[in-house]
Design a protein around this ligand. Sequence first.
Ligand SMILES: Nc1ncnc2c1ncn2[C@@H]1O[C@H](COP(=O)(O)OP(=O)(O)OP(=O)(O)O)[C@@H](O)[C@H]1O
Ligand SMILES: [Mg+2]
Length: 274
Amino acid sequence: MLRKAGEIMAEYIRNGKLEANRKNRIGAGAYGIVYESDVPGNVMKEVIVPESKQDYAAVNTLKDETDLQAIAAEMGMAPRVAGLEQFPGGVGNRMEMADVRENYEPHGAVMQGWPEGMDAVRVNQQLGQLALKGVRLEDRHNGNVLYNKTTGRPMQLDFGIAGRVEGSEKAATLAMVTSEGFEAAGIPEMGNMLRDIVMDYLEGGQVEEKDTGTKILEELEQQLRKKKAAKEDKSNLLPSFRSLGGDISKVEYKSAGGETYKLFYGGGPLSKGA
Ligand SMILES: Nc1ncnc2c1ncn2[C@@H]1O[C@H](COP(=O)(O)OP(=O)(O)OP(=O)(O)O)[C@@H](O)[C@H]1O
Ligand SMILES: [Mg+2]
């Protein structure tokens, strides 16, 4: 009896503390608020809209969100999950996780913006690693990624728009984020090439449900290497072209269809000219 009373008292005190912290929120989105937990060093993410009433079907329940974040947390890419509390009806459901503000900070001028430059490269690298673990993570605007204050390493928050991927979906997800990473690194051609190869693959059914991430990666790497080598191999070029030697910067070329193309030799773009 005494023990029971103690428990009730402790719960009462805890809720009072959480209530006070809730007023002092760290962040807020469309469906939830984030505030300090009663446990020092942790934060709570709490749902403020009943999960059945979310107006966007792609948004996860907090339970799904917690499960997906736990996978990323294992990989050191998301805050460690400390717990999940669920209540009837879903309002007030809350996830407890590590408060990462001491070592991580937001980047970008506006929260609605997207990661840029090296940040985008690193974020897409992590999204690729997550895809290999079977997790597709979306909605990476500036409010959902923090960066290590010294190393710049990203920390992913908000697994509200995310899901599991397997087989061909896994390959497609990996290809998309990798090509976005290439784009961010300033080599969009590489990204396009990769996307093309994967799409070819998927249409040809070469990626099977049973394929592991490693196999998909190996095959992609091999194909990329082949394509790159073919691109660098000058024996494929028109004979007239080859005989012109190394230093051409621009050549005009009329196609059989009568269209004029300007070829920029030496890795530059191929554009249709007037
Ligand atoms: N573990 C954490 N440590 C420190 N700050 C956090 C943590 N999690 C979230 N935050 C802060 O709270 C803000 C909102 O978090 P989050 O994006 O997860 O929720 P949300 O946008 O309300 O979610 P939803 O988009 O599902 O409505 C973040 O931008 C960040 O500033
Ligand atoms: Mg968010």
